[in-house]
Write a protein that binds this ligand. Structure first.
Ligand SMILES: N[C@@H](CCC(=O)N[C@@H](CS)C(=O)NCC(=O)O)C(=O)O
Length: 209
């Protein structure tokens, strides 16, 4: 059985979501956040970067949430979380799946981290974030999800960043993205994952020290 190293309030929920969709159980090893909202030292014993998610399966250790999602659909022969191969939608989806961590996350976190610390979001960070939020708004189009009604890997990947943006009030003025976030929260895999492991974003009484 797959072992998932799952830090609280983290990207590990993406993996739990896909596993729920695939009907695959896992051995979930939970890690609490430290007082400073970091990963505990114990995660460094698992992987040199000390980040979550990481999975172990049949002697393989796989890090990076996008790679883990790809690994799982390949392993279980799932074709329902990606557009059909050979279509242009297939490559648009691959690009979006990589876009979330390779481009969007860094820009989003430059706005999220000050907001989490109770500080104003610098104008430059807000302006950079706005470029990405406008871009994703265009991608959603008529929605409700990125590729219509079925949740794809890229939707699962988006969910963590959207959860944090919404939590810190950074989606205000983006009604399409607010609706997208609502639609993500209605997905059965999201519901199962968050019921099992708690919310993706920290609750409002959590302080970042
Ligand atoms: N690009 C990686 C990012 C992994 C990552 O930064 N995970 C966060 C949790 S969401 C973490 O472990 N942070 C703890 C820390 O840096 O102390 C992925 O997509 O899996």
């Amino acid at each position: 059985m797959i072992t998932l190293h799952a830090l609280k309030y983290s990207r590990a929920t993406r993996v739990l979501w896909l596993l729920a969709d695939l009907g695959q159980p896992c051995n979930r090893v939970d890690y609490d956040r430290t007082e400073r909202f970091r990963a505990p030292e114990a995660l460094k014993q698992v992987h040199p970067l000390g980040k979550s998610p990481v999975i172990e399966d049949d002697g393989e250790m796989v890090a990076e949430s996008a790679t883990i999602l790809r690994y799982l659909v390949e392993k279980y022969g799932d074709t329902s979380h990606r557009p059909a191969e050979g279509t242009s939608a297939y490559w648009q989806h691959e690009a979006l799946l990589d876009y979330v961590e390779a481009s969007f996350a860094e820009v989003a976190l430059k706005a999220i981290l000050p907001a989490f610390g109770g500080e104003p979001v610098p104008d430059e960070a807000r302006a950079a974030l706005d470029v990405h939020l406008a871009y994703i708004t265009r991608l959603i189009g008529d929605g409700p999800l990125l590729f219509g009604h079925r949740a794809m890997l890229a939707d699962i990947q988006m969910s963590y960043i959207l959860a944090l943006l919404e939590r810190f009030g950074l989606l205000t003025g983006y009604p399409v993205l607010a609706s997208y976030w609502d639609a993500l929260q209605q997905q059965p895999g999201y519901i199962a994952a968050t019921q099992a492991a708690g919310p993706m974003a920290p609750p409002s009484d959590t302080e970042r020290k």
